[in-house]
Design a protein around this ligand. Structure first.
Ligand SMILES: Cc1cc2nc3c(=O)[nH]c(=O)nc-3n(C[C@H](O)[C@H](O)[C@H](O)COP(=O)(O)OP(=O)(O)OC[C@H]3O[C@@H](n4cnc5c(N)ncnc54)[C@H](O)[C@@H]3O)c2cc1C
Length: 333
């Protein structure tokens, strides 16, 4: 998979990193960043070659996410939301799969996710069955990439403890409304809160109906987001020059790569904490100039802050708090 990594590295260094500060100061990401990923085939990075993907294995996928995140975290963050759509289309009934999988792999169709139904506790987003389809009711607190995606992969609670995976148009109207979330990092990701007031979804847009298994949102499924943190550390290392952080990056990546279901959350916590420390070390090394708005160091520090909370789970959160408060305790709020 050297070829995939060469492509990813070239886009990261030649397209994404030169624009990273401009993106950071903007409210949306230039569509050209996504077009570059699409032209390189990266929207179908892990899909099998016979359906139009690059066929990358999980190790190559993780490595590509890291390299691209070191180029521009916001762009990579939006791009990886597309993975949910591709994964579900691969398993979807034939008419939808045949119609959409090719365009999704080519990045002609670009997906985001609204996983409100996966959140623990009482259902916040429900899919109510109707004779010829589903009706979506509730909300998804975070949906990233608005304006840069055309398809929303919705995971909503269905009847009898199920999760219904639906593919809907990422367009306001007909019961779907969005409100912008304003962020101190990755603001250009155009993240919104989505409200579903009886959104009608025809049956042929259903990708799968599966049992609701809270454990499915944990364990090794958390690996890919860990590469976002590794990407921030990687860029900090490059900007600092040789330091002990290089060794820590290698060790942290190895721990993520070898983690299984029981240990992945702790490996993720370690990666987030390392991004925080690496960006703090870069700030200190570069001194006062690092706090100027055009400097990468302050951007990376804000991005590390975002990665402390994004994609978290109870075990990641407690793992991080243990690392940050080694002798203390915190009450979950
Ligand atoms: C800027 C930003 C953009 C985001 N974009 C998206 C997006 O596009 N689509 C999307 O669906 N989500 C998105 N999220 C949500 C994200 O995936 C996590 O759900 C969220 O970061 C966890 O934060 P929390 O405050 O809910 O967690 P905490 O307060 O740390 O924990 C709340 C509880 O909810 C649990 N939990 C949270 N999320 C999940 C989940 N998905 N599955 C199972 N358990 C969960 C945690 O384990 C914990 O028990 C985004 C979050 C941020 C901050």
């Amino acid at each position: 998979m050297t070829e995939v990594m060469e492509i990813a590295a070239a886009i990261a260094e030649e397209v994404l990193f030169p624009r990273a500060m401009e993106v950071d100061a903007s409210s949306s990401i230039p569509v050209e960043n996504f077009d570059a990923l699409a032209e390189a085939g990266l929207y179908g990075i892990f899909a099998p070659e016979e359906v139009g993907g690059l066929g990358a294995d999980s190790g190559t996928l993780a490595a590509a996410v890291e390299v691209l995140a070191a180029g521009c975290l916001a762009t990579t963050f939006v791009w990886i939301q597309h993975f949910g759509l591709v994964r579900n289309l691969l398993m979807a009934p034939a008419p939808l799969r045949d119609q959409w999988l090719g365009p999704a792999c080519r990045g002609e169709r670009r997906g985001g996710i609204a996983f409100g139904g996966l959140l623990p506790g009482p259902p916040r987003l429900r899919a109510e069955p109707e004779p010829d389809g589903w009706r979506l009711v509730g909300s998804a607190p975070w949906v990233t990439g608005w304006g840069r995606i055309d398809t929303l992969h919705v995971a909503a609670r269905g009847p009898d403890e199920t999760i219904v995976h639906l593919a809907i148009d990422a367009e306001e109207g007909r019961g779907l409304s969005v409100t912008r979330q304003h962020l101190v990092a990755v603001e250009a990701s155009a993240t919104v809160r989505a409200q579903f007031d009886g959104v009608w979804v025809p049956a042929e847009r259903a990708m799968a109906v599966v049992p609701f298994d809270p454990a499915a949102s944990g364990g090794t499924s958390l690996r890919a987001n860990g590469s976002l943190a590794l990407g921030v550390v990687r860029r900090c290392c490059q900007l600092m020059g040789p330091s002990s952080l290089d060794v820590e990056l290698v060790a942290c990546r190895a721990e993520l790569d070898s983690a299984g279901d029981p240990t992945m959350a702790l490996a993720r916590a370690r990666a987030s904490e390392l991004a925080l420390r690496a960006s703090a070390a870069l700030l200190v090394q570069q001194g006062s100039r690092s706090i100027a708005r055009h400097e990468h160091a302050q951007r990376l520090a804000r991005e590390a802050m975002f990665l402390l909370v994004f994609g978290s789970r109870a075990e990641i959160k407690s793992g991080l708090l243990s690392r940050l408060l080694p002798d203390g305790q915190a009450v979950d709020r």
